[in-house]
Ligand binder design. Structure first.
Ligand code: HSE
Length: 347
C-alpha cells in the first residue's frame, strides 16, 4: 500500500475535479489501485495558497468558493499564491500542474514544471503549453532527476491516446494521424448543422465549460495546433515546433457550407493531422476539411474528440471519447499517477 503526497498547482476546474475524486474515491483507490493520495498543498494565482504536510481536507477544498483570495478563509491559508514554496516545500511527491494554457511561451506553467522536476518531484499535467513548446527540455529534465513527467490529459483529456498508442501500438508502425482534437469547434459545427448561429454556438460552448479562456484558440485552430505538435512529436518522433504546423480554423464556414455538405453526404470537421513523408520528415496541419460520411471521423458529433491513427499493420485505428471537461480531464491526471505508481512498483 502506498500513499502519495500531492500538491495541486492551479485550482480551476481540473485540479478541483481531482480534489473531488480524492474526496470521493480515495478509500476505493486503496483497494483498486494500491495507493491513496494526500493533498499537502494547493496554489492558485487567483485563490491564493495553502499547505499542510499532514494533509488537507479534500472535501473542504472542493467546497471553497471561486473568489479572489479565498484560501485566506481556511486555517493556514493565504490570499497570496506562493507557487514556488508549495511546489518545493510542501513535501509533495507529485505535482499536479493544471494552470491555464499559454500558447505563446507556455508560462508560467513551464516554470512550475521546471521547479518541480529540479526538486525531484514527479509532474502530472494537462497543460498543452509546456509540452508543445518545451516538451523535449522538460522530458530531459525529468530524466536527469529520475522522476516522471506525464501529460496524458494534454490531448483528448482523459480519453487514452498518448499512452494507448505508446504502449499498445509499437510494431504496428504509426505513419500519421488525423484527429478531431477540439471539443469546442466540433460542438460549434454540430450546433450550426442544427441551425444555431456561429456566435450562439460559441457562447453555448463557453457556458458548458469546453472553450478556452479565449475561444479564438478553439475556433481558429490554435488549440488543435498545440495538440498536433504534442502527438506528432510523441508518436512520430517529429520534432515539430508550433510554427511548423499550417493552421486555419472554422470561422470562415457558413451555414450554407454545412448544408451543401449535408446534401452531398459529407460533414465539415476541424482536422489536426500529421503524416510521415517519403523522405522521413513529418508534415502537419490544422484545417477545416469536408469529410465524406464514410470517413471514420465524420460521425463524431458534439464536444466528443477522436483520433484515427494510420498504421502499417492495422490500417486506421480510431479512438474516440471526451476531449474536455473537469472530471474527464482530472481522470487524465489520475491515469498519469497510476502510470507513475505502476513504474514505481516494477522497480
Ligand atoms: N478548449 C479545449 C476544447 C479544451 O474545446 O477541446 C480541451 O483542451
Amino acid at each position: 500500500m502506498s500513499e502519495y503526497k500531492i500538491a495541486l498547482v492551479g485550482f480551476g476546474g481540473v485540479n478541483r475535479g481531482l480534489a473531488q475524486l480524492i474526496a470521493e474515491r480515495n478509500a476505493a483507490w486503496q483497494a483498486e489501485l494500491g495507493f491513496s493520495l494526500k493533498i499537502v498543498g494547493v496554489t492558485d494565482l487567483f485563490l491564493g495558497s495553502i499547505m499542510n504536510r499532514d494533509g488537507l481536507d479534500a472535501a473542504q477544498l472542493v467546497a471553497l468558493p471561486a473568489a479572489k483570495g479565498a484560501f485566506a478563509e481556511l486555517p493556514g491559508g493565504t490570499a497570496e499564491a506562493f507557487n514556488e514554496t508549495i511546489i518545493k516545500q510542501s513535501g509533495a511527491d507529485i505535482i499536479a500542474e493544471a494552470t491555464f494554457t499559454n500558447p505563446v511561451d507556455g508560462e508560467p506553467a513551464a516554470t512550475f514544471c521546471r521547479w518541480a522536476l529540479e526538486s525531484g518531484k514527479h509532474v502530472v499535467t494537462t497543460n498543452k503549453g509546456p509540452i508543445a513548446l518545451h516538451g523535449t527540455e522538460l522530458k530531459a529534465l525529468a530524466e536527469r532527476n529520475g522522476v516522471a513527467f506525464e501529460y496524458e490529459g494534454s490531448v483528448m483529456s482523459g480519453t487514452p491516446v498518448i499512452r494507448m498508442a505508446r504502449q499498445t501500438l509499437p510494431g504496428a508502425v504509426i505513419t500519421g494521424f488525423e484527429g478531431i482534437l477540439n471539443g469546442t469547434s466540433n460542438y460549434v459545427l454540430t450546433r450550426m448543422e442544427e441551425g444555431l448561429s456561429f456566435a450562439d454556438a460559441v457562447r453555448q460552448a463557453q457556458e458548458l465549460g469546453y472553450a478556452e479562456a479565449d475561444p479564438t484558440a478553439d475556433v481558429e485552430g490554435f488549440d488543435v495546433r498545440l495538440k498536433v505538435v504534442i502527438l506528432a512529436n510523441e508518436l512520430l518522433d517529429a520534432r515539430l515546433q508550433v510554427s511548423d504546423v499550417r493552421c486555419s480554423g472554422i470561422s470562415g464556414l457558413s451555414a450554407a457550407d454545412l448544408e451543401q455538405a449535408r446534401q452531398a453526404g459529407a460533414r465539415w470537421k476541424l482536422i489536426g493531422s500529421a503524416q510521415r513523408q517519403a523522405d522521413g520528415s513529418v508534415c502537419a496541419s490544422v484545417e477545416a476539411r469536408r469529410l465524406d460520411n464514410g470517413h471514420p471521423l465524420a460521425g463524431i458529433s458534439g464536444a466528443t474528440n477522436a483520433v484515427s491513427f494510420n498504421t502499417e499493420l492495422l490500417g486506421a485505428v480510431t479512438v474516440s471519447g471526451p476531449g474536455a471537461g473537469r472530471i474527464e480531464t482530472a481522470f487524465a491526471l489520475l491515469s498519469d499517477i497510476v502510470a507513475i505508481h505502476t513504474a514505481h512498483a516494477q522497480r
